[in-house]
Design a protein around this ligand. Structure first.
Ligand code: AMP
Ligand code: ZN
Length: 474
């Protein structure tokens, strides 16, 4: 079996072959760090993480780039409102993003360029496009891309290019616009006083200004894969479905016009939305849930990953309390088997062959356009059957454990419920035991009894011995 992936360019599932195996270059549009990323954003980043892990597990050597958009319309607006420079605005959110990724077991990309650190490459790209005559300076001082000079414009998003060609000479200067008004888009925005005030303006031969959002990704991707491999075409480019138009369409236009290649990325992969009651999770709709809120609620990251794994990346996924609760329960079951496997080493042909069968099915599912929910279903069947075998006295065969680790590593990294939940429980119990000792000392027996009951509810039994209080799991 070889890996097959749905390519938005062809709207078909295609066999995946990188340009120069085993190397695979992946560029992912990263977060705009004007605020905390929400778990809708993280659905897309977890999808990319799963893709990367599966590529690596399949023997590819991945070079993953994920940018941080640290200058764009939204950031400037927010910095202006708060009366701070863009750097001061974004810095805490850059740190927060890294922490959230760590919490969610999202592997850090090999390169995490910040747009403001690559302005040089952006200026070069704009100059190159001006030299080729596909870009022009507008009367407002900004530089625009002339979409009629690029015949492939609209191919990714299936825009009707005939209409575009008769569409006149309109231009858009904002980062976001709709398919209905596809027009020449801005590459470089002439500096306004607001931009200067927040430190978002740079010198360039074609006038002081700042990069447009679309330009940033093209410049960072091309300069990073160019420096590292001398490459001009990415193997895979990812993002959420909302980025297909205009963002990715514009990335393709700028990049291909600049490099002269027929493709910017050979595979375009887009993840569907995380929704709340059918509506896209978005700051604009006021329905966001952040990763840190979930962490503060004590949700284990394995449960969040499991929740995301419930739907194929090309299907919308609704976040509900019930779904999260079910995922927490699922994560607990996985953690439980993980612990059992560690506690019962030994040989078992039955368990080994069950694991081998599961492994083939998991691999087939992941090779089939990263069908994570199907793979997850196989893992849960294994959980059920392996528990039965262990109940009957079978041992945790090392061959089975190795395969179990391969799946859990690909899907979760570690099973946090197994390890961290233990540590979290232990520290909670220690705190309660200490509090109970104080209560007893101060003869507050009602409180001491209440704590004992609380501990019992946690599945913990306390015993008072001459050497002090001991506790164990019931
Ligand atoms: P942004 O920070 O707005 O540039 O978005 C970062 C990434 O999150 C992009 O790839 C978006 O497509 C993606 N994204 C935004 N909202 C959602 C959502 N509700 N569900 C899944 N992905 C999303
Ligand atoms: Zn991008």
């Amino acid at each position: 079996m070889t890996l097959r992936l749905f390519n938005t360019l062809s709207r078909e599932v295609e066999p995946f072959e990188p340009l120069a195996p085993p190397r695979v270059t992946v560029y992912s549009c990263g977060p705009t760090v004007w605020n905390y990323a929400h778990i809708g954003n993280f659905r897309t980043f977890i999808f990319v993480d799963l893709l990367r892990r599966w590529l690596e597990a399949s023997g590819f050597s991945v070079f993953h780039v994920m940018n941080l958009t640290d200058v764009d319309d939204r950031i400037i607006k927010e910095a202006t409102a708060k009366g701070v420079g863009i750097d001061a605005l974004v810095s805490p959110y850059v740190d927060a993003f890294r922490e959230d990724c760590e919490y969610l077991r999202i592997r850090p990309a090999h390169a995490q360029p910040r747009a403001t650190e690559h302005v040089r490459a952006m200026v070069d790209l704009v100059q190159g496009l001006l030299d080729k005559g596909v870009a022009y300076r507008g009367d407002d001082g900004s530089v625009y891309f002339a979409i009629q000079r690029f015949p492939a414009y609209g191919r990714l998003s299936r825009l009707d290019t005939r209409e575009l060609k008769t569409g006149g000479s309109g231009r858009v200067s904002s980062d976001e616009y709709s398919k209905e008004n596809a027009q020449d888009f801005v590459l470089w925005k002439a500096a306004r006083s607001e931009d200067e005030a927040v430190g978002a303006a740079w010198d360039a031969p074609f006038g002081r200004g700042r990069p447009g959002w679309h330009l940033e990704c093209s410049a960072m991707a091309l300069s990073l894969i160019g420096d590292k491999y001398g490459a001009k075409v990415l193997d895979i480019h990812t993002g959420g479905v909302d980025l297909i138009f205009p963002h990715h369409e514009d990335e393709i236009a700028q990049s291909c016009a600049y490099t002269g290649e027929s493709a910017f990325a050979r595979f375009w992969l887009h993840g569907e939305f995380l929704q709340i009651r059918g509506a896209k999770m978005s700051k604009r709709f006021g329905n966001i849930v952040t990763a840190r809120a979930l962490r503060e609620d004590g949700v284990d990251p394995g449960a969040i990953r499991l929740l995301i794994c419930q739907a194929h990346y090309r299907q919308p996924l609704d976040l509900t309390d019930e779904a999260l609760e079910a995922a927490r329960e699922g994560s607990r079951r996985l953690g439980e088997l993980d612990r059992r496997l560690r506690d019962r080493p030994g040989a078992s042909d039955q368990l080994a062959s069950l694991a081998q069968e599961t492994d083939a099915k998991v691999a087939a599912a992941l090779d089939d356009d990263l069908n994570v929910p199907r793979a997850m279903g196989q893992v849960f069947e294994f959980v059920r059957d392996a528990n039965r075998l262990l109940d009957r006295g079978e041992k945790a065969d090392p061959a089975a454990v190795a395969l179990w680790e391969r799946w859990t590593k690909t899907l979760f990294d570690v099973l946090p419920s197994a390890r961290e939940a233990d540590a979290a429980l232990a520290s909670r119990v220690e705190a309660l035991v200490a509090e109970r000792a104080t209560a007893k000392k101060t003869r507050d027996f009602a409180r001491a009894d209440a704590i004992r009951a609380e501990l019992l509810a946690l599945g913990v039994v306390v015993e008072d011995t001459p050497a002090g209080t001991k506790w164990r799991l019931a």
